[in-house]
Design a protein around this ligand. Structure first.
Ligand SMILES: Nc1ncnc2c1ncn2[C@@H]1O[C@H](COP(=O)(O)OP(=O)(O)OP(=O)(O)O)[C@@H](O)[C@H]1O
Length: 353
């Protein structure tokens, strides 16, 4: 849907920021431009909405050359989110989010209701809509930035390092939110980051750029981890890529049957840990036979560790096994226990692939 055809950008001082870039950003997904500082990510992004003009080549959106569109009108049709949200400090959140709908000529009523809808979509309240940006946290301000980009119902949203100024926990929330919104709205997102982990978490497609603005590889996160195109991509993707690759590896592992006990029942004979389940077969926790005697009570249960759902990646299965006190990861389907897996079983299943 967005096509770069032989795009080069040389700045006036002779720096080649982007060199003969040809790539396709598919419709309705998240495409991430990632690479080291100065490799031309921002320049590439800004050429899409004509904040920067290419020296050579062209960029098409839905087969239309952006050079044939009026820059101001083009920019209003494309959402744009930047690092520090870039909000107007003297306007309320609502007025900030209404900016583009008003610019494109929607009447005040329509602009207001579109803005309120966008504000709710990003998880902010009507009360927060009346505040000024400085009265919100950094993460909330970024949400306003996303709401503002979505308010006029754009098909394409560009994001330039949108989460890099917020702390890691807030960043994870915002990443999940953007992924959810993209899926819900079916929009096409192009996002720039220097953080390969963010690219892998968020991207349906990841374009790795190298110094001098050259495309090193365009692939899905899984492919990038499995088959980096060259040494540059391999080292950029990182040393623990074998482990991270597990996040994109399915497993056809059959969980082993696990003996269970209900609350109020006596612990069955045997050694080690027993899994307690609720009335609907949902896992409640582990019982330690060493310390348990008589009917099982809720306050003697040990935490379960992470749960794996049938169909999850090998990484989730392994995490479930390693985080359970019994070292047997609980596998559920629709909330009910179907069995457990050990770390050894997960590793063995990988070796069979
Ligand atoms: N307006 C400009 N005039 C001259 N050179 C520029 C201009 N903007 C960017 N550059 C240069 O172009 C190259 C690419 O810059 P760009 O900002 O696109 O990279 P980036 O990958 O987004 O980097 P970062 O992650 O550090 O933001 C750099 O060498 C930069 O110094």
């Amino acid at each position: 849907m967005i096509r770069f055809e032989g795009v080069t950008k040389r700045y006036a001082d002779g720096v080649t920021a982007v060199d003969d870039l040809t790539l396709e950003v598919p419709k309705g997904g998240i495409t991430v431009f990632v690479g080291p500082s100065g490799c031309g990510k921002t320049t590439s992004l800004r050429m899409i909405n004509r904040m920067v003009e290419p020296t050579e080549g062209r960029i098409l959106i839905n087969d239309q050359d952006v050079a044939d569109r009026k820059p101001a009108q083009l920019r209003r049709s494309i959402g744009y989110v930047i690092q520090h949200a870039g909000l107007f400090p003297h306007r309320t959140v609502l007025k900030n989010v209404m900016t583009v709908p008003k610019l494109i000529g929607w009447d005040a009523g329509r602009a207001r209701s579109a803005a309120m809808e966008a504000i709710e979509k990003v998880g902010l309240t009507a009360n927060q809509a009346e505040r000024y940006p400085a009265q919100l946290s950094g993460g909330q301000q970024q949400r306003v930035g996303v709401a503002r980009a979505l308010a006029s119902d754009p098909e394409v949203v560009l994001m330039d390092e949108p989460f890099s100024a917020v702390d890691p926990l807030v960043r994870m929330d915002l990443q999940a939110e953007v992924k959810r919104l993209q899926r819900e709205l079916g929009i096409t997102v192009v996002l720039v980051t220097h953080d390969i982990d963010e690219a892998i978490v968020l991207g349906d497609h990841v374009a790795v750029l190298r110094q001098g603005g050259k495309l090193a590889q365009l692939a899905s996160p899984g492919e990038l981890l499995r088959e980096p195109a060259d040494d540059f991509v391999a080292s950029f993707v990182g040393k623990d890529r074998g482990y991270r690759k597990l996040g994109f590896t399915g497993t056809h592992l059959e969980p082993s049957p696990e003996q269970t006990v209900s609350l109020g029942e006596d612990v069955p004979e045997g050694r080690g840990w027993v899994l307690a389940v609720g009335e609907g077969g949902e896992p409640l926790g582990w019982v330690d036979r060493h310390t348990s005697g008589g009917p099982v009570e809720r306050d003697e249960l040990h935490r379960m560790g992470a749960l794996a759902e049938v169909g999850d990646s090998a990484r989730v299965f392994l995490d479930a096994a390693l985080s359970a006190p019994s070292r047997r990861g609980v596998v559920v389907s629709e909330g009910r226990v179907v069995g457990t897996v050990s770390a050894q079983q997960v590793v063995d299943s990988l070796e069979q692939v």
